[in-house]
Design a protein. Structure first.
Length: 360
């Protein structure tokens, strides 16, 4: 691959607080509402959402998701590998093309744990800026946790006076305790955060340390114990969470959506059936047990898992199991949403799009 930093610098999409005024994508046709983009570059996935605001939320007009494994090898090294960088740069170029073709006027583009940990994380960000034309922002752990809450909180039971929200990522796991009942849907949900943490363990790093191809129940318990140790400080601070009326867990990640798909016995993944699904505690246990009984090839052949995630899903289940043991709950709500939705909500809230009169 040629040296991206030596290439001529392309024009960049503006990111951050100030809106970028660009021509309407179709000549002679006036754009009636702003178009926003949110890109989340994690340790495992590169995900993009492009959306337009609606009366009380937003409508997704384009999306992209690709497993890039940017953090591959970080469990044993401190650098992003050239192979992982090349995969990621290719995915980011696709995202930039989509953003341009949709006439995106404001974008937020973030990188998380892999870039936080890697000694060449900042160099990678500069390479993307010069070679792709996207300004990646490496966000801190608190920002990531708060974005997960912002993106998922709408699915919390409005009667629940306590909710534990978690996001199982590739290199880290964000977890937060929301205390008190929700005031109304438009209120910033992060105002309810009583405690939060970012655990330095995710599906990629855990699988690399313990193995993810063929996982015995003894290996699985070893992963659960490692996560439980890292979770213990937060579990102590949030010990009162599970005693509140209507308490429940709310999870987002490929792990929990896979558990939901297994429970529903889907022949192929269907977001509309998974996002917002309530699962009973016993059903979660059954789905995890069923996955533990599978071999790598069986998981790879499952269309709701796939070959790219077959060696990671049981590590994710171990993280989920540690959270369930720390915060016993009869109910788990599944969210197929997260950081990207949180980014979109924040940008639109900052721009006051829901305070304006609707465009006619």
């Amino acid at each position: 691959m040629r040296d991206e930093t030596a290439a001529a610098e392309p024009s960049r999409l503006q990111t951050g607080a100030a809106p970028l005024h660009t021509p309407a994508p179709y000549p002679g046709r006036e754009r009636r509402r702003a178009t926003y983009a949110a890109l989340d570059l994690g340790t495992n996935n590169c995900r993009l959402l492009i959306a337009e605001p609606t009366f009380s939320g937003f409508r997704v007009i384009d999306a992209f998701s690709r497993i890039v494994r940017l953090g591959e090898g970080l469990g044993t090294s401190d650098r992003l590998s050239e192979t992982a960088i090349e995969r990621t740069v290719e995915a980011l170029r696709i995202c930039r093309t989509k953003m341009q073709s949709r006439g995106v006027q404001r974008a937020k583009i973030i990188a998380t744990e892999a870039c936080r940990l890697a000694v060449n994380g900042a160099a990678f960000v500069e390479r993307v800026r010069r070679g792709v034309g996207l300004d990646l922002e490496i966000v801190d752990r608190q920002t990531e946790a708060y974005l997960a809450v912002t993106g998922c909180a709408a699915l919390a039971d409005p009667l629940a006076e306590s909710v534990v929200i978690f996001d199982i990522g590739g290199g880290s796991t964000e977890i937060a305790w929301l205390d008190g009942a929700a005031a109304n849907p438009s209120t910033d949900p992060t105002l309810r955060i009583r405690a939060w943490d970012s655990l330095p363990v995710g599906v990629v790093t855990l699988a690399e340390r313990h193995g993810g191809a063929e996982v015995t129940r003894r290996m699985f318990e070893g992963m659960v114990e490692e996560v439980a140790e890292k979770l213990s400080a937060f579990a102590l601070r949030a010990a009162a969470a599970a005693t509140a009326p209507h308490f429940h867990l709310l999870g987002t990640s490929g792990t929990v959506t896979t558990i939901a798909a297994m429970h529903l016995r889907l022949a192929r993944y269907e977001r509309r059936r998974v996002d917002g699904l309530w699962m009973h505690d016993a059903d979660v246990t059954t789905a995890i047990d069923d996955l533990l009984d599978t071999r790598l090839e069986q998981r790879a052949d499952n269309p709701c898992i796939g070959r790219d995630r077959a060696d990671l899903v049981l590590a994710g289940c171990a993280i989920l199991e540690a959270i369930r043991r720390a915060f016993p709950s009869e109910r788990l709500r599944i969210a197929d949403r997260g950081l990207r939705e949180g980014l979109l909500m924040n940008m639109m809230r900052e721009d006051g799009v829901w305070n304006r009169k609707p465009v006619r």
